[in-house]
Design a protein around this ligand. Sequence first.
Ligand code: GLY
Length: 436
Amino acid sequence: MKKTALIIPFLVFTACAGDNGSGSVDDGSCAWIDSAANSAAVQLAMTAGAIEGDSLFPRSLHTDYSLEQLEQQLEIPVSEFKDEIVLMQHPETNRYRTPMMVKYNDWTSGFFPGSLWYAYELTGKPELMEQAARFTNMVFPVSYMTDTHDLGFMVGCSYGNAYRLAPSDSIKEIVVRTADNLAGRFDATKGVIRSWDFGPWNYPVIIDNMMNLRLLFDAYRITGDKRYAQTAMTHANTTMANHFRPDYTCYHVVSYDNSGRAERKQTFQGKNDDSAWARGQAWALYGYSEIARETGDTAYRNHAVRIADMFIDRNTAPDRIPYWDLDAPVLEATPRDASAAAVVASGMLDLGSQLGEDGRRYIDYAAEILRTLASADYMARPGGNGGFVLMHSTGSLPHGSEIDTPLNYADYYFLEGLVRYKRILGGLEPVEVAFR
Ligand code: GLY
């Protein structure tokens, strides 16, 4: 397959512009951001350098856990756990942490290259740009995939950032082809893009799918074809109507019958069907903030504000890094989800910047999360943590998978948050839109 050629980038941050009078909790010096970015850059460069070949991406560490811990968190007996639970213990020791590497077709394949791009943007280190280009090129076959909705994550986070920092026409082709495949999963009767091709559901749509819509707006910007944007908005409207509860928490999975009626509302990765799975709430907040910015539509913006207010209210973790599910029993060992925290922070920076003076509450909340994630409680020292930047995320507790572990998407949204916050402190819009 032909691979894209990446050209020399032209934009990196050098320093903060100082206090811009935004009234933020930060003094504008950016020292802590630069320190976190430099540590992350060292860690990511080491990780990239240690991976040989052109097929594997780091995703997480397999972690151990006890069935008692899962019983406590889910508040149901082990006999009722989902059938698909996978024991992740090391086969010999039963208690171990081992790297999980994935190929291009894993939903997380775009995050490691994306993190390298953000680390490059924050530090200007040329070796990061080289590794970012190398791992981005490895995502190329995704542009031919048709069997998942995760295409926005995979191609947007890799090639989308590549285009901002090293534009080339071949990237535009990749983005449009991928967007066509994503739009090909849209069903006009139901008004939504199908998420999964597996499982017991007739037509499953998960809240995470809101994160894939930016790719359609990118394709609209590249081609001028409004149908991409219309598809994204229809999906967002249908999801707004069916995924949310009166308190603005959301279900994880909604399945539609053939007539377009939402026939099942459930969880897959949360505590139970009616709980507020932390990362699901984070995807919702980020997704509606993003489509509000893309469209300027106040209905989306108001929805994002309500989700953000709900999250601030419902997140009871003392340091603001949420428990894996906002309805999980709070015990000493209740796992956190740093990935949800990072997604919320990045999303709130986007939302807050759209709201003028009213947005300061969200920007400050996001900055506090980012500062906590940048502390030794969550950020690993270079050389440790299996080569990842952040500790203490949770992938899917009900499946016994990736509990209290690093995750490549926690790293990605943390670094994105740092970029966005630094831009705000420098008097810029937090989100630099690609393909303008
Ligand atoms: N999109 C899958 C997850 O959030 O775990």
